[in-house]
Design a protein around this ligand. Structure first.
Ligand code: GLU
Length: 350
């Protein structure tokens, strides 16, 4: 080979290396879910979540390496119905370690959709970074026709690689939309448009890898919160009970006997409680169990001392957090205090 041919290749290599160097560095933390699910048939709904490792997902998406330098880590491999506190803590601690590195620009978490909103909110309250943290999932398995995972992952990487995503709290990227983890919830069992933020709508969109925001979250999050999980290895036990006409108060006994420190009740309407349940709630709050009223309606605020007299019952209201998100905030609050006034303030802050 002639010397100038060699120099040409050296130059080409250097140009490529410098282009790569300029790309943002995004770390993908994989936890499993349908996005990593594989099935026998491309049309059936039967599949096993969390089967494919993160490298397989990234290798199937070469386009993503053109918008960011990617590294993948497998944190867990579960369908998100099996998500639990210790994976949340492991994930939050790993994100905090990674985000502290100057060379890391953004983090993507791949997750099953069943509890994606819950993990997102836990991270929203516990990760200490302004860098983008974006959760992505899929409604169709990786082997299904028109699988939505690759596009969600590509868009999620684009969002995590974008400076525009900084200081926005933890985001969930699904179906071309960007949602605040505080607000978003799964609203449909099978549809790809399942993720919605019923009280606020999405924060923005990602289309063809282009990120655009229209709204911001005002509630405190990430670096603004008082929650430090760096030394925490387990979370306080908090259960959720679902309200209904003629609700059985024995359910409360069960969770209290099982040593729950807190209970969230998905009450009817504005978080209202069946009379015999209300009576029992008053007794257990006096014994120090913290009871939060949320609602089974799916949207709106539960308001303090409205139809239900919280001052008399010793209860707290969830504001506009749905029951599963109220549970997470209560778990974190109970790490710090059992004072119901302080906990109520947290529900108006986060
Ligand atoms: N149960 C599965 C999970 O949450 C399926 C939901 C999904 O990922 O779409 O992992």
């Amino acid at each position: 080979m002639k010397p100038y041919t060699i120099s040409f290749f050296v130059l080409l290599f250097a140009l490529q290396a410098s282009a790569q160097h300029k790309l943002p560095n995004v770390v993908i933390l994989a936890t499993g879910g349908t996005i990593a699910g594989a099935g026998e048939s491309s049309v059936g709904t039967a599949y096993t979540a969390g089967k494919l490792p993160i490298d397989a997902l990234l290798n199937a998406l070469p386009e993503a390496r053109k918008i960011a330098n990617l590294t993948g880590e497998q944190v867990a491999s579960v369908g998100s119905q099996a998500m639990h506190d210790s994976i949340w803590l492991k994930l939050a601690k790993r994100i905090n370690e990674l985000a502290a590195k100057p060379e890391v620009d953004g983090i993507v978490v791949t997750h099953g959709t069943d509890t994606e909103g819950e993990t997102g909110f836990f991270l929203q309250l516990t990760v200490k970074t302004a860098k983008p943290v974006v959760l992505v999932g899929a409604m169709r398995s990786a082997t299904a026709i028109s699988a939505d995972g690759p596009m969600n992952l590509y868009n999620g990487i684009a969002a995590a690689a974008s400076k525009r995503s900084e200081n926005r709290g933890v985001l969930v990227c699904m179906n071309d939309q960007l949602f605040s983890a505080r607000e978003v919830t799964k609203t449909n069992t099978t549809n790809v448009a399942t993720f919605q933020s019923p009280n606020t709508g999405p924060l923005g969109t990602v289309f063809d890898g282009k990120v655009e925001y229209y709204h911001s979250i005002l509630r405190k999050h990430t670096i603004q919160t008082e929650f430090d999980i760096s030394q925490v290895n387990s979370l306080p036990k908090v259960d959720i009970l679902y309200g209904y006409a003629n609700m059985n108060p024995v359910l409360l006994e069960a969770v209290v006997n099982d040593k729950a420190q807190g209970v969230v009740i998905a009450g009817v309407g504005n978080g209202n409680l069946y009379p015999t349940v209300e009576k029992r709630v008053k007794e257990i709050t006096r014994k120090g169990v913290v009871v939060v009223r949320s609602s089974r309606t799916g949207s709106g605020r539960v308001t303090l001392n409205s139809e239900t007299d919280d001052a008399a019952l010793g209860t707290i209201v969830a504001d506009d957090l749905n029951p599963q998100k109220a549970r997470i905030l209560l778990q974190l609050a109970l790490l710090k205090t059992k004072d119901t006034k302080k906990i109520q303030e947290m529900f108006f802050t986060y």
